[in-house]
Write a protein that binds this ligand. Structure first.
Ligand SMILES: [Mg+2]
Length: 417
């Protein structure tokens, strides 16, 4: 006689961990520089001296937060408030390195790891841990390994719960250095104690719309019927109804394997001879490459170019850059310089290729990069258009005459590489 089987367990409780670094950029800076430890430190945008004064605060150290320094405060305002505040210029490379390290620690211990931002990730522990006791042990090990491999100044808060919503809420509820474990039978009571604004997905706009219908806490939200929430918030009403009860998404998705390179090349319908024509086409290629980088959340530290002349004779070159890049003009100015070092000016150009490598997945705020905020705001607006209407919706005035036809193949034709 075989074993009697019950119905398939489709609602098995998962064990999800959420990890979030405390004052990430500031902690990494304190780890890197002993003179900053224990002090009020703020990380600002890229810049030096008076330039740095015009940036905003990206992260404040715990010591700085304690005396009123907040994220997004202007550096001038922060200095006025705390004259001896140490403002350090942001260094994306350093932060990306630590991000890489903590993700690899998580991968050692979790079934699946999903990066959520530069300093946050979800990990599934259902199989690795077996139960909440095991999960708590693993969380302690992860914390110890982070202290060892990222540095003891890089502290984390950890939340463990049956889904991502509650794991993140648990993590957030104790900072710095917290470890908050909410097993399934504690979820409802725990969520009820949390402010609405702490729930990831309830932003200031939703919060004020909720306040308009008299909802100012999780408990009052639970009193609103699903029908009324749907009426008020359309399909978001379903999400709110579930969130108030601690029900949320429990699928941790492995981040896509990062591509090795992102590039474009194009074989021109006629050979290019003059500099303006070459520059225009090179810029258009660079815009295509960096658009894909930003769309997929990458910065790059290395560029490659390839040029082919009539008769299929060609050359390529690559170069490491001192600063990572994400915008087309910057890629272009470096690509143009690199091209000049290998180009034979006597030969008409048949094909050009540009490639970004040394890719780093990042959610690091754009203003940390050596570009003015204005450029980034413009890029962001343009990217929103491209996301909505597809690549090619905008073009720089200088590349208007450049027309690329999509084809896929090797370096030889226009293609994504
Ligand atoms: Mg954080």
């Amino acid at each position: 006689m075989g074993l009697r089987r019950g119905p398939k367990n489709t609602t098995m409780n998962k064990i999800i961990l959420h990890l979030d670094f405390n004052s990430y950029f500031a902690s990494v800076e304190q780890q890197a520089n002993p003179f900053l430890r224990g002090k009020a430190v703020a990380v600002g945008g890229k810049g030096r001296g008076s330039q740095l004064e015009r940036t905003v605060i990206t992260t404040a150290s715990r010591q700085a937060k304690d005396i009123g320094i907040k994220t997004a405060m202007s550096s001038i305002e922060a200095k006025r408030l705390v004259p001896n505040l140490k403002i350090v210029s942001g260094d994306p490379k350093k932060y990306s390195e630590i991000t890489k390290r903590f993700l690899s620690i998580l991968k050692r211990h979790c079934d699946v790891v999903e990066q959520f931002s530069t300093d946050e990730a979800f990990g599934e522990l259902t199989y690795a841990a077996g139960d909440y006791f095991g999960a708590t042990m693993i969380a302690q090990i992860i914390r110890a390994e982070i202290a060892e491999e990222c540095g003891e100044y890089c502290t984390v808060s950890i939340g463990i719960a049956p889904n991502k919503l509650v794991a993140k809420l648990a993590c957030e509820s104790q900072k710095p250095n917290g470890l908050t474990v909410i097993p399934p039978d504690k979820v409802s009571a725990f969520v009820a104690t949390q402010p609405l604004s702490a729930i990831c997905g309830i932003g200031p706009r939703i919060e004020s719309r909720l306040a308009n219908i008299g909802v100012t806490s999780v408990l009052t939200l639970r009193k609103i019927s699903l029908e009324n929430l749907r009426h008020e918030f359309k399909s978001y009403g379903d999400w709110l109804y579930a969130a108030a009860r601690g029900i949320g998404d429990d699928v941790v998705v492995d981040g896509k394997e990062a591509p090795k390179t992102i590039g474009h090349s194009y074989t021109f319908p006629h050979d290019l001879v003059n500099d303006v024509e070459i520059q225009t086409n090179l810029l258009a290629l660079c815009d295509k490459v960096t658009w894909r980088m930003r769309r997929d959340g990458f910065i790059a530290g290395k560029i490659g170019i390839y040029v082919r002349y009539q008769g299929f004779y060609g050359r390529g070159a690559q170069k490491n850059l001192s600063e990572p890049f994400m915008d087309g003009l910057e890629l272009f100015s470096n690509a143009w310089k690199l091209l000049s070092t290998i180009r034979n000016k006597n030969l008409p150009i048949r094909l050009l290729g540009v490639r970004a490598s040394g890719l780093i997945k990042t959610n690091i705020p754009a203003h940390l990069f050596p570009k003015q905020n204005k450029v980034h705001k413009t890029l962001k607006a343009l990217d929103t258009l491209q996301t909505r209407y597809g690549a090619g919706v905008w073009m720089r005035a200088s590349t208007m005459n450049t027309n690329f036809y999509e084809r896929t193949s090797g370096w030889h034709y226009d293609h994504e590489i």
